[in-house]
Each structure stands twice: as C-alpha cells, then as structure tokens.
Design a protein around this ligand. Structure first.
Ligand code: SF4
Length: 329
C-alpha cells in the first residue's frame, strides 16, 4: 500500500474542507471496499478523509410518511430497523443478502452506493481495463465474463454493479442527498449510477468533492408488499448473477401498481420501467408477468458465456411477481 495523508473530519464542513476539489482525495466511512482497493493498488488517494465520526447516522420518519436514512448508517442496522422491515421489506432483504454479517456491520449506506465493480480484470493490474485505466482496453470482452452485463453494456466495458441495496433503492424511487461547498442537492437513485458508454471510469453522477449525507425513501404504501430475490452461485457471501426487487399492488385481480428493478445485469441498478408499463392495468397472473419480463429483456444482449442471465432474469422476474401475488402480505 502506498503512503497517504489521513484526516479525521469532525463535522460536514470540515469533511468538505479536507476533501478540497476531490482530486487525489477520498472519503472513507466503513472502508469495506476502499481499503481493499488501496491494498490492491487500484485506488491511490493522496489523502483519505475519515468521515466515520460524522453525525450522519440514523433512520427517521419524515412528516409525509417517507424515511430519511443517514449516509453513515450501517447496513446491518438499516436492515434490522422496524421502519424498513415493515414498510420497505425489499430493502431489508436486499441488505441481508449482501456480503457477510461482519461486512454488513461495518459497511455504510453511502459506501454501499459507491462500491465498485467486482470484475476480475478490474482487480488485476496486469489486465487491460478501461474502468481502471481509461483507454487501455477491456480484457473481459473476449475473456472470462460469465457474470458480465446483458443490459446497457458498451464496447468499452461490460461490468456489472455489485450492490444489492441499490437495486431496492432504485425500485423504491429513493433519492440521494449530496453536499458540497456549492450546497445540497438531491439525485434520484435511478440516475445516480451511470452506464459505461465510452467513459466507464465515471461510475456515478456524484462529483469528486461531494459528500453523500443521506438517502430518502418516499412514502410508498405499495412497498409494504415487496420482495428482493437474489440468484447467485452459492447461498451466501456471493454477488448476484441476477436479482429482482419488486413490489406489487393487485386490486380485484388487476395490477394497480408495480415496481421492478434488476441487479447483476448492468453497470447500474436497472429500473425495469418497460416491465412496469406492461404490468399496469394487466390481469395479475403468470402470462402478464411473462409479458412484462419479455418486454424489459427484449433489449438484452448476452454472449455464449453470459447469455444464460437473460433467461435467468426472465424466470426470476416471473417467480418474484408470482410470489408477491400469492403472498398475501
Ligand atoms: Fe474493466 Fe469494465 Fe472491462 Fe471489467 S468489463 S475489464 S471493469 S473495462
């Protein structure tokens, strides 16, 4: 690991002052991803600004019925919180499906949003990787890419986003609150992460000098009836091959509202708006779920190595919606 300066921020203004323009500096909260990346010499900050002592923790109900989550709230705390378990169960389930108990006890909400891809070539300094070193190429294309993207990929990068939490947040229409010396702004979660295009090294809309301070969930009665389904190679401590975050409101046999997002299929949590459009007003049942899945996945493009994920996503969508319809939750 290279040498770096360490600054411990005591409040948000001191954190923003220490990060400066963000060039060569990084915030660290739980450190569950950044420390690994620094050990591997992939992240090379000159300065690490420790924000773990800032008062940005807690889960509180908002006047309109939504929920505000401090950016430094630990994943395990959020997953267990009664407000989240009862009103947004998909979020609790997504958090509990991620990483290990030890990591969830350290990882923060803000850090979870910012975690980087687990593409093996990204972590291999001997490999070409446009995300790590822009313009160097992409060894995953034509290489081992069984877990790569089937939606929204580009000729520059086919990596996926590893976060489970972000998939649920995308389905829930969450918003990220970010603060910088220019002020506070809100970024819709669905727009927070970027598709790779020709600039896969730019992964989010967050500026280098901005600090994530909170995530807000809107009041969403529908979300009390929601599920997160994660399909992976082993039962725990593995990233998603495909995941589905879904909520369903069925009135008199007709779908009155649906929320759907996919994980493991793209460089960002994939809000399945086309599937939602097909579901709205359709009769609840297998045929409608299949039509919705087909509509969303019509743009999916797999290779002989990762093409199985398209059918896997289709089946996971149908199974999750079927489960919700019959759950009576
Ligand atoms: Fe790098 Fe993306 Fe290619 Fe992986 S898929 S090697 S992260 S450019």
């Amino acid at each position: 690991m290279r040498t770096f300066s360490y600054v411990r921020a005591t409040d948000v203004p001191s954190a923003l002052s220490a990060i400066g323009t963000g060039t060569g500096a990084k915030f660290i909260g739980g450190g569950t991803n950044l420390v690994d990346l620094m050990r591997e010499d992939i992240e090379r900050p000159d300065t690490v600004v420790d924000i773990s002592g800032l008062p940005l923790t807690g889960v509180e109900e908002l006047p309109g019925g939504g929920v505000r989550i401090g950016a430094l709230t630990r994943n395990s705390h959020l997953a267990a919180h009664p407000l989240i378990r009862t009103r947004y169960p998909m979020l609790s389930q997504a958090l509990l499906s991620g990483a290990s108990a030890q990591l969830r006890n350290m990882a923060t909400v803000g850090g979870n949003l910012m975690q980087r891809t687990r593409c093996a070539y990204f972590y291999d300094l001997a490999a070409a990787c446009n995300k790590r070193e822009p313009g160097s190429g992409c060894d995953a294309i034509g290489g081992f890419h069984r877990n790569s993207a089937v939606l929204g990929a580009s000729e520059s990068c086919i990596a996926t986003n590893p976060s489970d939490m972000s998939v649920a947040l995308a389905a829930l229409d969450a918003a990220v609150e970010a603060e910088s010396v220019r002020g506070v702004r809100r970024i819709p979660l669905a727009d927070f992460h970027r598709l790779p295009g020709g600039t896969p090294h730019l992964e989010t809309e967050l500026a280098a000098d901005e600090l994530i301070t909170a995530v807000e969930l809107p009041a969403l009665p529908l979300a009390a009836r929601s599920r997160y389904r994660k399909v992976r190679d082993r039962a725990s401590y593995a990233f998603a091959l495909v995941s589905v975050a879904a909520a369903l409101d069925v009135q008199d046999g007709v779908i009155a509202e649906a929320r759907l997002a996919l994980g493991g299929v793209a460089a960002k949590p994939w809000r399945a708006r086309e599937a939602e459009r097909v579901l709205l007003g359709a009769p609840a049942g297998e045929k409608s779920y299949e039509r919705a899945a087909d509509a969303e996945l019509s743009a999916a493009a797999g290779t002989p190595e990762n093409g199985f994920k398209v059918e896997l996503a289709r089946r996971a969508i149908v199974a999750t919606l079927r489960e919700l319809e019959g759950s009576g939750v």
